[in-house]
Ligand binder design. Structure first.
Ligand SMILES: Nc1ncnc2c1ncn2[C@@H]1O[C@H](COP(=O)(O)OP(=O)(O)OP(=O)(O)O)[C@@H](O)[C@H]1O
Ligand SMILES: [Mg+2]
Length: 383
C-alpha cells in the first residue's frame, strides 16, 4: 500500500483525486460513484463528519453545521483583512495549514503543486511535445483565478511567471447574478424586505445553475417561489447579454492579470504557442472569446479536461516523485517559481518583501531587520 501515489485537487467548489498506474491516469470515483466531490463538509448534530454531495445538500438545510468554500478560509483568521489585501495567491499560512491537514489525514505529502503547473503537466502528458515550447495556462475556477506561463524543454518544464487573484472565481460571477436578481425584485416587484442569509444562499445556487445554462443557451430562467407577497411564483429571465454585462468587470480583470503576467515575464503574446484552458469557469463562451481575442483570435487549447486536469497533473507529479520504480513514467523535471512574495511585518505594518514573487526556486536570501526601538533582529529566509 505504501507505494500508491495520488494527486488531490482541493478546489474551492469541487475536489478530485486521481492516481497514475501503468502509464494511465485515472480519476477515482467517490462512494457515490461520482468523479467529482463537492468541497463541502457537514457536521451532523449527532456527531461525525460528512463530505461531498450530501454535505452540499445539507448546507442549505443546516448552514450552521456546514463549511464550504473553505479554500478561501483555510489558514486565515476571522478578521483577516490584512493578509487578504496582501496576497495575489494562496498564501504561506494557507499552504502550511493545507499540508498539516493532509498529514493529519494520514498522507505523506510529496509536494504542494500550484494548480496551473499541474494543469500544464497534464497537458504535456497528453501532448508529447519534444521541441522547446511555451504555453500559458488560464485557470478560472470557482474561487480563484490563476495564470502561469511555462516553458517545456526536452526533459524539464520551467514555470516562467505566475499571477492570479485568490478572490476571483465563478462564485463571484454567481454573486453578480444574485445582485441583479435582487435588483429586479426591488424594482419590478417592489420587494424591499431584507433577504435573510439562507434565502440568499438558495437564490445564489439558482444563479449558479442559470450561469451554467448560459454557457450553452442564450437565456436562462430563475424561478422564485413563495418569497414575494402577492407573487407566489416569479420567473426571471436572464439573457447571455445581461449576464455578460453584469460580470464584464470581472472578466476584464482576468484579462488584465493575464496581460500583467506577460508584461512581467517579458514574453510577447506571439511567443505563446498554446493557451491552455483549465477550471470550470472557462466553459463560459465570452471568456473563451475574450482570451482568444487577446491573443489575436488564437485557437485555444482544450485538450485537457477543465475540471480534472489539476488532479491529473498532481498524480503525474506524484508518480515522478515516488520512489516506486514500477511507476515507469517519463521524468519531467519541474522548475517552479515562488508564487507569492515572502517577507515579514510587525504589528500590521506594510510587509517588507525579502523574496519577490516569481523568483526561481530554490532560492536563498537573508536580511537584517532593525525595529523602531533599535533592537537588531536578524531574519533568515531559506526556501
Ligand atoms: N458550464 C459552465 N458554465 C459556467 N460556469 C461553470 C460551468 N461549469 C462549471 N462552472 C463553474 O466553474 C466553477 C467550478 O470550477 P472548478 O471546479 O474548476 O473550481 P475549483 O477547482 O473548485 O475552484 P478553485 O480552483 O478556484 O479553487 C464553479 O463556479 C461553477 O459554477
Ligand atoms: Mg481548481
Amino acid at each position: 500500500m505504501d507505494d500508491i501515489v495520488i494527486g488531490i485537487d482541493l478546489g474551492t467548489t469541487n475536489s478530485f483525486i486521481s492516481v497514475y498506474t501503468r502509464g494511465r491516469i485515472r480519476i477515482l470515483e467517490n462512494e457515490r460513484g461520482a468523479r467529482v466531490t463537492p468541497s463541502f463538509i457537514y457536521f451532523p448534530p449527532e456527531g461525525g463528519t460528512v463530505i461531498g454531495e450530501y454535505a452540499k445538500t445539507m448546507s442549505l438545510q443546516k448552514p450552521e453545521n456546514s463549511i464550504y468554500e473553505m479554500k478561501r478560509l483555510i489558514g486565515r483568521q476571522f478578521d483577516d483583512t490584512y493578509i487578504k489585501k496582501l496576497s495575489t495567491y494562496f498564501n504561506v499560512t494557507q499552504r502550511e495549514v493545507t499540508l498539516t491537514a493532509a498529514k493529519d489525514a494520514g498522507f505523506t505529502v510529496l509536494k504542494l503543486l500550484n494548480e496551473p503547473t499541474a494543469a500544464a503537466l497534464a497537458y504535456y502528458f497528453v501532448n508529447d511535445i519534444t521541441e522547446n515550447h511555451i504555453s500559458l495556462v488560464y485557470d478560472f475556477g470557482g474561487g480563484t483565478f490563476d495564470v502561469a506561463i511555462l516553458e517545456k524543454k526536452t526533459d524539464n518544464v520551467e514555470v516562467l511567471c505566475v499571477n492570479g487573484d485568490t478572490q476571483l472565481g465563478g462564485h463571484d460571477l454567481d454573486n453578480c447574478i444574485l445582485d441583479y436578481i435582487v435588483e429586479v425584485l426591488r424594482t419590478d416587484y417592489r420587494y424591499n424586505t431584507k433577504i435573510d442569509p439562507d434565502t440568499k444562499r438558495r437564490l445564489r445556487n439558482k444563479c449558479e445553475v442559470a450561469k451554467k445554462d448560459l454557457s450553452s443557451a442564450n437565456e436562462a430562467f430563475i424561478t422564485i417561489n413563495g418569497m414575494v407577497p402577492k407573487h407566489p411564483r416569479i420567473i426571471i429571465t436572464l439573457t447571455r447579454d445581461v449576464f455578460e454585462e453584469k460580470v464584464s468587470k470581472l472578466f476584464k480583470k482576468t484579462i488584465d492579470i493575464l496581460h500583467n503576467c506577460l508584461v512581467e515575464s517579458k514574453i510577447s503574446k506571439q511567443s505563446i504557442q498554446e493557451v491552455i484552458l483549465c477550471g470550470g469557469s472557462t466553459r463560459i463562451p465570452k471568456i473563451q472569446e475574450m482570451v482568444s481575442e487577446y491573443f489575436g483570435h488564437k485557437k485555444l487549447n482544450k485538450s485537457v479536461h477543465p475540471d480534472e486536469c489539476v488532479a491529473e497533473g498532481a498524480a503525474l507529479q506524484a508518480a515522478m516523485l515516488s520512489i516506486n520504480k514500477k511507476q515507469d513514467i517519463k521524468q519531467l523535471k519541474m522548475v517552479d517559481v515562488l508564487p507569492l512574495s515572502l517577507g515579514f511585518s510587525s504589528l500590521g505594518s506594510e510587509m517588507v518583501v525579502i523574496i519577490r514573487r516569481n523568483t526561481k526556486l530554490p532560492t536563498k536570501k537573508s536580511r537584517v531587520y532593525v525595529n523602531g526601538e533599535g533592537d537588531g533582529t536578524s531574519m533568515f529566509v531559506r526556501i
